[in-house]
Ligand binder design. Structure first.
Ligand SMILES: NC(=O)c1ccc[n+]([C@@H]2O[C@H](COP(=O)([O-])OP(=O)(O)OC[C@H]3O[C@@H](n4cnc5c(N)ncnc54)[C@H](OP(=O)(O)O)[C@@H]3O)[C@@H](O)[C@H]2O)c1
Length: 288
């Protein structure tokens, strides 16, 4: 039996993680929502982590535009808070799976970013998340796992896929940007992959360091929106392409967020499936 602790358990990914762990067999899970554990409180974090084998840190400041206005507050959670979780794992002898983001990369590449590609975030959220990665690497060089994900959608949180389904019900057409490339990833599938990695880590079969927890393949937000309409039995031609320049936002977004998946093989694990297959499995139109 492995004893798991999930922080940020009330979030979109956190809720799926708790569901997967609750039915995984051979695992025991404690789910701590923000009200139960604030990761910016080092004393509380140390007390909470004691006695666990694997900790998944799914707690984060995830409002990208608000991080641009208050980067220090975002870093207090994503950087310093993560450092507290890592230090508590070191004290408890627990493995840490820390969830990070494609936004640590600059987004100006033309081929998928490898796990060891140089980082260089273009916005405050990316810098705050990079601070968390650095903390995990510093504090847990042998037992810290950074799993970068991107373009997440799931049943239990606001996300792009749900927004498209809502707009489909109220508008004839929707304009969606066609100049950012990425890998739409279902949070439930990521949760399953995190559990597989944690079990491999606990069994000594997975090396520490960075892994990329995104779907295979790639598309644009426009491509994803059309696929969402298709899945829901709606006419995908109602989605029209546009450019990021028409959607000015406080924080810059990386244009190219496609990640490579080579490191999974060394841990005996397959990368996540193709994004289109994953979207069909998720059946998002049944969530609304
Ligand atoms: N969503 C995406 O597209 C995406 C893309 C790349 C990476 N990621 C990463 O994936 C992970 C999970 O994201 P998500 O989409 O599940 O986000 P989410 O739904 O916003 O979940 C994050 C959770 O963390 C909690 N939290 C915030 N500050 C906290 C603190 N100081 N202490 C404890 N808990 C705190 C939040 O609580 P409140 O809601 O009460 O604030 C929320 O429940 C994060 O590390 C995120 O950076 C997400």
């Amino acid at each position: 039996m492995t004893r798991w602790l999930v922080t940020g358990a009330g979030g979109m990914l956190g809720r799926d993680l708790v569901a997967v762990l609750s039915s995984a067999g051979q695992t025991e899970v404690t789910a701590l929502r923000r009200a139960d554990l604030d990761i910016t409180d080092p004393t509380a974090v140390k007390a909470a982590v004691a006695g666990y084998d694997v900790v998944v840190n799914a707690a984060a400041w995830t409002d990208v535009d608000a991080a641009e206005a208050d980067e220090a507050a975002a870093t207090a959670v994503n950087g310093t808070g993560t450092r507290h979780v890592a230090a508590a794992c070191a004290a408890a002898g627990a493995r840490l799976l820390h969830v990070s983001t494609d936004y640590v990369f600059p987004g100006d590449a033309t081929a998928p970013y490898a796990e060891d590609a140089p980082t260089d975030p273009v916005n405050g959220y990316g810098r705050s998340k990079l601070a968390g990665e650095v903390a995990v690497r510093d504090v847990l060089p042998d037992t810290g796992y950074v799993v970068r994900t991107a373009w997440l959608y799931g049943e239990h949180g606001p996300n792009f896929v749900a927004t498209m389904l809502r707009l489909a019900a109220t508008r004839d057409t929707v304009d969606v940007v066609d100049d950012q490339r990425g890998q739409p990833t279902w949070s439930f599938a990521l949760a399953q992959q995190l559990v597989r990695l944690g079990l491999a880590a606990h069994a000594g079969r997975a090396e520490s360091g960075a892994y990329h927890g995104t779907a295979s393949g790639e598309t644009t937000w426009f491509g994803l929106a059309r696929a969402v309409f298709e899945e829901a039995g709606l006419d995908p031609a109602r989605v029209h392409p546009t450019t990021s320049a028409k959607f000015a936002r406080p924080a810059r977004r990386p244009a190219f967020s496609v990640l490579g998946h080579d490191r999974w093989a060394a841990a005996g694990l397959a990368p996540l499936p193709h994004w289109r297959t994953m979207l069909s499995s998720a059946r998002p139109h049944t969530w609304i």
